[in-house]
Design a protein around this ligand. Structure first.
Ligand SMILES: Cc1ncc(COP(=O)(O)O)c(C=O)c1O
Length: 404
C-alpha cells in the first residue's frame, strides 16, 4: 500500500519548521531525507554490534560481518545482480572513477574512443575527460536535441567507442536515456557500457541483467540511505580481470615482500575498513524501498511530475528544460524564469521553508551547451505531495512579481 501521509510519518525531518514554515523539501536530486528505519539501523548497529568486518573470530565481528554481507545481498537482489558483483564505495563519484582508473587505465590506448554525453554530471564527465587526455584517446560527446534527448543520430559515437559512460537519468533535464538500446549498440561495436544510475535507481525499478550493462554506478544517499556509501555493480568476468583500485588491508590475501595476491571479488576493490554502519543502513533503505515497491514509487512521482508541469507552465516567462512528457523523465525539474535569478528564487523560497536547488547542479557542460543561465531545480521523492506543489507555485509567482 502506497500511502504518502503514512510514509511521511517515517521521516522525522519532515516535521521540522524552517523560518516558521513547515519544511517543503524539494531538493531530493541533491540528497534524500532518511526514514527512521535507516536512522535506527545506524544507531542500532553502534549500540549492539560494532566491530570491524572480515577480521575477527569474536561474536561482534561475526555479527558485523554477517550484517555487512547481508546488506550486499540485499543490494544485489535489488538490482538483480550477484553479491560478488556489488562493490561498496563511498559514493557514485568513487564508483565512476573506479571504472575509469581500473578498466579505463588497463584498456584504453592512444587513438581509442571514449563516449559520454553532454548531460553528464561532473562525476561522469571529468574522469573520462582526464583519462582521454592522459591516454591520448578521443572523447566523443553525444549532444541533445531541443527536447533534451539524445537523438539516434548521435548513437554512432557509441559504436565507435571502447567504452561508453552514460547517465541513466539526467540530474538537470530529467531525461531517461534508452540505456538498454545504447548497451546493445556498444556491445555490437565491441565496446563496454557504464551507466550512472544516481538519479534513476531511487525512483524506478532497475534490473542490470535485463539492461545487460557492464557496470552500473549509484549512490546511497539519494535513495534514503546515509551519506558516504556508494555502489558499483560490475559483471563478474570484468571485475575479475580488472586491477585493484586502491591497495591496503582486506583487498589482499597474500602479502609478501616478493609480491601480493589479490583477494577475490568484490573484496579486491574494497581496501581498508569500509563504512560498515552506512552499508548496513543502506540495506535498511533497500528494505524500505522494497516494502513500498519501486513501481509504486515511480507511479507516484509520475503523477507529481504531471501535476507540477501543469502548474509551472502557467508561470509567466518560465522555461522548463528537458522532455515535457512525464513518462520520459524523472522527477527532477530544472527551469529559469525570465528576469529572475535562480539563486534569488531559491533564497527567497527558503524564507518560506521551501528547499530547492539553484546553480549548475554539477552539470555545467549541459548548461553551456543549451546556452542557459544557472537554473532553479525542484526534485521530488516518495514523500512529496501535490499539496506541497500547491504551496510552491504561488510563492514562485509572488517572488517573480517582486523581483523580475
Ligand atoms: C547524475 C549524477 N551522477 C553522479 C552524482 C554524484 O553523486 P555523489 O555526489 O553521491 O557521488 C550525482 C549527484 O548529484 C548525480 O546527480
Amino acid at each position: 500500500m502506497f500511502n504518502v501521509e503514512e510514509i511521511r510519518k517515517d521521516f522525522p525531518i519532515l516535521q521540522r519548521k524552517i523560518n516558521g514554515h513547515p519544511l517543503i523539501y524539494l531538493d531530493n536530486g541533491a540528497t534524500s531525507q532518511k526514514p527512521i528505519q535507516v536512522i535506527n539501523a545506524i544507531s542500532g548497529y553502534y549500540m549492539n554490534h560494532n566491530a570491524n568486518v572480515h577480521r575477527g573470530v569474536h561474536k561482534l565481528s561475526e555479527e558485523s560481518t554477517y550484517m555487512y554481507e547481508e546488506a550486499r545481498r540485499k543490494v544485489a537482489k535489488f538490482i538483480n545482480a550477484e553479491p560478488e558483483e556489488i562493490i561498496f564505495t563511498k559514493n557514485a563519484t568513487e564508483s565512476l572513477n573506479l571504472v575509469a582508473y581500473t578498466y579505463g587505465e588497463a584498456n584504453i590506448s592512444a587513438g581509442d574512443r571514449i563516449c559520454t554525453s553532454i548531460m553528464e554530471h561532473h562525476s561522469d564527465f571529468i574522469p573520462w575527460q582526464m583519462l582521454a587526455g592522459k591516454k591520448k584517446a578521443k572523447l566523443e560527446i553525444m549532444n541533445v536535441n531541443t527536447e533534451g534527448e539524445i537523438p539516434d543520430s548521435e548513437f554512432s559515437k557509441i559504436s565507435n567507442s571502447k567504452i561508453t559512460s552514460i547517465v541513466h537519468a539526467s540530474n538537470v533535464l530529467g531525461t531517461i536515456n534508452p540505456v538498454e538500446e545504447m548497451g546493445k549498440i556498444a556491445h555490437e561495436g565491441g565496446g563496454k557500457i557504464l551507466i550512472d544510475g544516481s538519479q534513476s535507481i531511487p525512483h524506478m525499478p532497475v534490473d542490470v541483467k535485463k539492461m545487460d550493462c557492464d557496470f552500473f554506478a549509484f549512490t546511497g544517499h539519494k535513495m534514503l540511505g546515509p551519506t558516504g556509501i556508494g555502489v558499483l555493480y560490475g559483471k563478474k568476468e570484468l571485475l575479475e580481470e580488472m586491477p585493484p583500485f586502491m591497495y591496503g588491508g582486506d583487498m589482499v590475501i597474500d602479502a609478501k615482500v616478493e609480491g601480493c595476491k589479490w583477494n577475490e571479488i568484490p573484496h579486491k576493490f574494497e581496501a581498508g575498513t569500509p563504512h560498515i554502519s552506512g552499508i548496513i543502513a543502506m540495506g535498511a533503505a533497500v528494505d524500505y524501498l522494497n516494502k513500498l515497491g519501486m513501481e509504486n514509487i515511480r507511479a507516484h512521482e509520475v503523477e507529481l511530475i504531471e501535476y507540477a508541469f501543469q502548474k509551472l507552465q502557467g508561470i509567466e516567462g518560465i522555461e522548463i528544460y528537458g522532455p515535457q512528457e512525464a513518462h520520459k523523465r524523472v522527477g527532477v525539474i530544472a527551469f529559469n524564469i525570465k528576469g529572475l535569478s535562480s539563486i534569488d528564487l531559491a533564497s527567497f523560497l527558503d524564507d518560506y521553508g521551501i528547499a530547492i536547488r539553484s546553480g549548475h547542479h554539477c552539470a555545467q557542460p549541459i548548461h553551456d551547451f543549451l546556452k542557459i543561465l544557472p537554473s532553479a531545480r525542484i526534485s521530488f521523492y516518495l514523500y512529496n505531495t501535490k499539496g506541497e506543489i500547491d504551496v510552491l507555485i504561488p510563492r514562485i509567482e509572488e517572488i517573480r512579481r517582486m523581483l523580475s
